[in-house]
Design a protein around this ligand. Sequence first.
Ligand code: GUN
Ligand code: ZN
Length: 647
Amino acid sequence: MFEITKRDGMARIGKFTTTSGRTIETPALLPVINPKIKTVTPRELYDEFGFGAMITNSYIIKNTPALKEEAQSKGLHEMLDYPGIIMTDSGTFQSHMYGEVELTNKEIVEFQRSIGTDIGTVLDIFTEPFWTKEQTAESIVETLKRTEEAVSLKGEMMINGVIQGSVFPDLREDCARKLAEMDIDVHPIGGVVPLMEQYRYSELVDVIVSSKMGLNPNRPVHLFGAGHPMILAFATLMGCDLFDSASYAKFAKDDRMMFIDGTFRLQDMQSLDCNCPACRGMTLETLKKTEKNERIRIIARHNLYQIKQELSLVKRYLREGRLWELAEVRCRAHPAMLDGLRKLREYQDFMERFDPISRESAIFYTGIETRGRPVFKRYDDRIMTRYIPPTKKAALFYGGQNKPYSRFFVSDFVNARRQGYTPVVISPFGPVPAELDEMYPIAQSMFPSIEDTDTENESDELSLAFLEKHFTEGVVNGSDLEPEYNGEPTDEEIKDNDTKRVWAVARYQFGIEAAEALLKGELTFRKSRKTGKIRNVFSDGEHVLSMRAGDGFFTLRMEGAKRIVENIPAPRMRVQVADDAVPFISQGRNAFCQFVTAVDEELVPMDEAIIVDKDDRPVGTGKMLLVKNEIFSMKKGIAVKTRTGSD
Ligand code: GUN
Ligand code: ZN
């Protein structure tokens, strides 16, 4: 069972529950325990570090008679003294490292089941990055066959269905799509360890995103062999939920310490400067002089603390809607990771379908890669297709980047309008018409005051296309306007301004036709006494929309919802629910996934949605939490957070 409780783009916070009833919050990292060594004990992992899941190797257990017998008589949890979720791997990685393993898929799957693992793994075939496409495709056929066999044998055990496909995105997507059809519980992305070891991050991005494209969102995705703290934010951003780390222990054996910006050899380090519970109070000299086994333990524990700390930070950023920022910063730890981030931009279209219309925090520019975020793509598309200028003449203003917008320009804007121009600010977003300057992502976003040439070129290009399309009667510089500003805007001008803003935001947010349905007739506004900003919009005296102060977007009132349903054909803006949910939703209860029967696939998280019954009658309005294919594949969770019911 996997339930998404919070999301940021493709990243999600989830609650994963095993058949055995154990639960973990994702994203989560599973430390690898070598059952023969146990540098850190499973009990310590659970009690002291709080790792609620771990992974161990069933192949090693099976091949070690004493362990095999103990595991089969006591069960894995008792043998390891670990109450959390135990995942076992199958021996695939050993075959990657040392060649063929003496083992059949059936044997190892049945063995895993016999020792009571929570999640077992198929004996998949590790697709090496140097393989030909033909070789890779052939081995996937075998992996899929074995996965089918594993599913038929799994019983109460959950099963890992590993996506393979080397560096071929089409094979990855196809493999993922076929696995998505099977009764599998977790999807590891396999065969990626060599890519990470060789710093081939742009190919890793292809592999992850193409795998995600083939999967359904209802199962956790595990990035097999990824456990360095450096990669956690970036991989989570791409929609990976589970990670595992053997390196915390392997590195410790070689006196290598993991830090957020890389791994460093003890002998090369100039100082320790680490305040984690393992290192606290210790100097580099004392650590170097510590007896070998004790030192391994300290370093292994240090490495685990680094992972744990970064994972907490990833979750915090995810909850705050700022994961892009953290990932962009982390990708600067190594130029090869920056390559990966740049590569991700190629998937802007795919990512845009999951990207919320608004976030709790504004955009914080970290470098030219920021412009690759899907939010920019959406803005670009919508101002080109959903914007209608009030006049066909534009007056351009060039924003200082720290505060590029509104307040600064009120007098200039009024002056421009008095002379028949539409004020447009040229900014790092590209063009920002004055009517849209209080809306996410425009308002409050932070850019450096000295722009990057690349960003500037790109926003200039977009501005040019925008001006050419919308301003057929000419463009002037705001500073070239006649300086005839005289006095504050009149009441009439303010009303006219508000009207233009309401129309522009409604078109941007809902589309041109929906805005026309919502705003027909005479518009009046109720404004905040404190800020002077629009709060409620009345059309012919009916309250149709309210404007959120936080992001400048509208929330939909029942009256507004009715107008859209009457004028715009389904499924636009609709989430249709089954009859048994209607009495609850109409009283204001949330719409849960299992009751949803149809969804507009253009709705993105945080969008306003109209909840309708099977005859297309509105029963409520609310905020989307998930997108269409998530709603249909999830068994649990809220699809739409209801704001008002029709009753
Ligand atoms: N561990 C790291 N990579 C892999 C993989 O591709 N398959 C399996 N089963 N385990 C792994
Ligand atoms: Zn430390």
